[in-house]
Design a protein around this ligand. Sequence first.
Ligand code: GRF
Length: 221
Amino acid sequence: MTPYTIAVLASGRGTNLQALLDAIAAGALPARIVGVFSDKPASGAIALAREAGIATVALRPRDFADRDAHDEALFSAVAAVQPDLIVCAGYLRIISAASVRRFEGRMINIHPSLLPKYPGLDTHARALAAGDAEHGASVHVVVPELDAGPLLSQVRIPVLPGDDAAGLAARLLPREHALLAATCRLLATRRLDITGGRVRFDGHDLAAPLLLDAHDQLQEA
Ligand code: GRF
């Protein structure tokens, strides 16, 4: 059987990309990363991909007439590697509706909040400002509306006394890595299916996001 192929979009450090590479190397994710794509040529994610010998495409938005032209070029490069799955891991640009539709049912995003709470930026500071007892991260299907697609999985962490945004982010990040790797594993093994915009788990509609447990396993709520 041909290996499950993943394309990764990233704008930043690339620690989620590294987590996927580590899961593949450990035999925990039966997949192959066939390309890393970015709007930031100097990003850590692009450097990591090059070190790992993975094909990269980095296109600066300012080299294009407008957002649609940039998206068209970047996502045509994504299409060229024919990925089974596209993972947005810290890709900080809003993707045009046309490009989202082009890969409908094949694109997911990891977001550092318990969606539908706190779509957008500064999620850690907003959770603290609201006095939340719990925080977390979510993996969802990408739809044209920002951070709003069907939820696949979540991980929850407690907010501790004295937490600041940086501390909360740092404590959440390793849980994000485990969440993303576990979710991609379920997609690669076809236990989780997102084709046609519907989320199915082991053949039935998923009523609520899967939850990551302390052993890094995803369980139905
Ligand atoms: C992660 O916190 C992710 O949830 C968010 O952007 C960050 C990317 O981190 N969307 P990295 O570049 O993978 O380290």
